[in-house]
Design a protein around this ligand. Structure first.
Ligand SMILES: Cc1cc2nc3c(=O)[nH]c(=O)nc-3n(C[C@H](O)[C@H](O)[C@H](O)COP(=O)(O)O)c2cc1C
Length: 191
């Protein structure tokens, strides 16, 4: 069966550098038969920007956020994917606020288990990935953040970090970065 990939793209620039790279990653994965969905997280209609800690998700046995907005509809489908990619420009050494607002809402996909003193979830089968572009090259905090997230879920982790992007036009015409991103997209399927 074809693998399903969800790419959550968190740049406020809808067709910016991160999206350019995301499109190439998607191309690589699709070449090998994957089904890829790209969601522009920064364009979502958030009723709650980030988690408001109402704990509504923790008081039911469903892995669902009780806030009624577009974000909740996406969250509930995440367990149906094989690969989940977070894509973000590097903003002050971390993800954009828009992507962080989304990942905080992922609290609804975890439930604290008093007996095991750990979180139950349905995400064990998912490979987690990060795609990022930056004007500089210090992706260490961002990369560590998502690597820890993957470990927390007990998942594989892959990242594609593209530094020193000073011109969107140059990036669009860079055959070497395009190839790197396509290979990353293909590699995801065997991760
Ligand atoms: C608010 C803001 C913060 C940024 N912080 C960093 C940073 O900490 N390190 C870095 O290398 N680049 C930083 N940049 C540059 C962006 O990461 C870079 O231009 C990126 O390619 C933009 O991607 P986009 O076109 O998808 O938005 C920052 C840009 C902005 C607007």
């Amino acid at each position: 069966m074809a693998k399903k990939i969800l790419i959550l793209s968190g740049s406020p620039r809808k067709e910016g550098n991160t999206k350019t790279v995301v499109n190439w990653v998607s191309e690589g994965a699709k070449d090998l038969g994957a089904l890829v969905e790209i969601i522009d997280v920064a364009g979502l209609d958030f009723q709650s920007f980030g988690c408001r800690a109402c704990m509504g998700c923790q008081s039911s046995d469903k892995f669902e956020c009780i806030v009624e907005d577009e974000v909740s509809k996406i969250l509930v489908d995440i367990p149906s994917y094989d690969i989940l990619i977070f894509a973000t420009p590097l903003y002050f050494f971390g993800p954009t606020a828009q992507l962080k607002a989304f990942t905080d809402r992922m609290y609804s996909l975890f439930k604290y288990n008093e007996q095991t003193k750990s979180f139950d979830h349905n995400l064990e089968h998912i490979t987690l990935g990060l795609v990022s572009t930056g004007g500089g090259s210090d992706f260490s905090s961002l990369n560590q953040l998502f690597n820890i997230f993957a470990k927390f879920m007990g998942n594989n982790y892959e990242s594609l970090l593209i530094p020193f992007i000073h011109s969107s036009e140059k990036l669009k015409n860079s055959e070497s970065i395009r190839q790197k991103a396509i290979i990353f997209g293909q590699k995801l399927l065997s991760a």
